[in-house]
Design a protein around this ligand. Structure first.
Ligand code: C2E
Ligand code: MG
Ligand code: MG
Ligand code: MG
Length: 283
């Protein structure tokens, strides 16, 4: 680098670039190599049958343990991955890793994987899922793909094709964070969802209360009529478990049961359950 001198050269702080943006750029650059560096791992959070207390499913949740920044939340780096397109590579990696673990569980336990809209719209998305299942030796019926309504904002042909192609194989779909988006009944009518996940803001958020209980009840009733599973997200207390069960939700997820845990602990939860000592969902 040529010697320029003067103050301009040392001015590497551009005031228009906020600290947030700097961090974003760092995350963007580091995310690309995080997989190779073995900094990412998949954790699993149980989804529990509220009648029997048994684990029916584990949701795969990606974790990034950064050597300097510490643990980064997916709420921070997943949007960056989406904006930069890294989500496609990352998503494929997550699906393969999670499916490999799920293949070691009892056959009646399913795996839920979150998919970003961009992953689904990417060319060859359905093939990527099929390859992951084949590579892991996981029956398609044991895979559930969680999508949010943001997927349907764009009326995209590839979205419909993706859902139809994988549904035909037996893969199931869950509508995640229901109640936070448009909450359109049109999507539920149009696409073959087997599960609705009622967002945790209805359960434990500041807006939770009598009104949200009534909404949960209405969603649960609709779900039951349509033969769908209704999951209440974000259950943290026995009272909340009772409330959503009384409201008609058949499944629950939240810190009350367990946080997302590493694969060996998920296996331990399943083993304990089979000894009948793990969860008593209903207080
Ligand atoms: P999500 O799919 O709605 O996942 C549920 C989130 O709620 C998880 O946060 C989970 O740890 C958290 N949670 C579960 N139970 C409780 C509870 O009782 N109380 C509270 N306060 N929180 C609870 P997490 O792991 O930080 O993930 C945040 C979001 O990031 C996910 O929301 C999902 O949209 C996205 N995400 C996570 N992993 C992946 C992934 O592998 N792929 C993609 N595309 N997105 C992911
Ligand atoms: Mg989810
Ligand atoms: Mg959710
Ligand atoms: Mg969420």
């Amino acid at each position: 680098h040529a010697k320029v001198g003067g103050r301009a050269q040392t001015c590497f702080y551009d005031p228009s670039m906020s600290r947030d943006l700097v961090r974003r750029r760092e995350i963007e650059a580091e995310l690309r190599i995080a997989i190779q560096r073995d900094e990412l791992s998949i954790f699993f959070q149980p989804i529990v049958d509220l009648e029997t207390g048994r684990i029916r499913c584990f949701e795969a949740l990606v974790r990034w343990f950064h050597p300097e920044k510490g643990e980064l939340s997916p709420g921070e780096f997943i949007p960056v991955a989406e904006e930069t397109g890294v989500i496609v590579t990352l998503g494929n990696w997550i699906t393969v890793q999670a499916a490999r673990i799920a293949a070691t569980w009892p056959e009646d336990v399913t795996l839920a994987v979150n998919l970003s809209p961009l992953q689904i719209r990417a060319p060859g998305a359905a093939l990527g899922i099929k390859n992951a299942l084949r590579e892991a030796g996981l029956d398609p019926h044991r895979l559930e793909l969680e999508v949010t309504e943001s997927l349907f904002i764009e009326d995209n042909h590839s979205t419909s094709a993706f859902i139809e192609e994988l549904s035909a194989l037996g893969v199931r779909f869950a509508l995640d964070d229901f109640g936070t988006g448009y909450s359109s009944l049109g999507y539920i009518n149009k696409f073959p969802f087997s599960k609705i996940k009622v967002d945790r803001s209805f359960v434990s958020g500041s807006e939770a209360g009598q009104k949200s209980d009534a909404i949960i009840r209405a969603v649960a009733k609709m779900g039951a009529t349509l033969g769908m599973d209704i999951v209440a997200e974000g259950l943290e207390t026995p009272e909340q478990v009772k409330t959503v069960r009384d409201a008609g939700c058949n499944l629950g997820q939240g810190y009350h049961f367990s946080r997302a845990v590493p694969d060996y602990l998920a296996a331990m939860l399943l083993a304990q359950e089979r000894e009948n000592t793990a969860f008593r969902a209903i207080a």
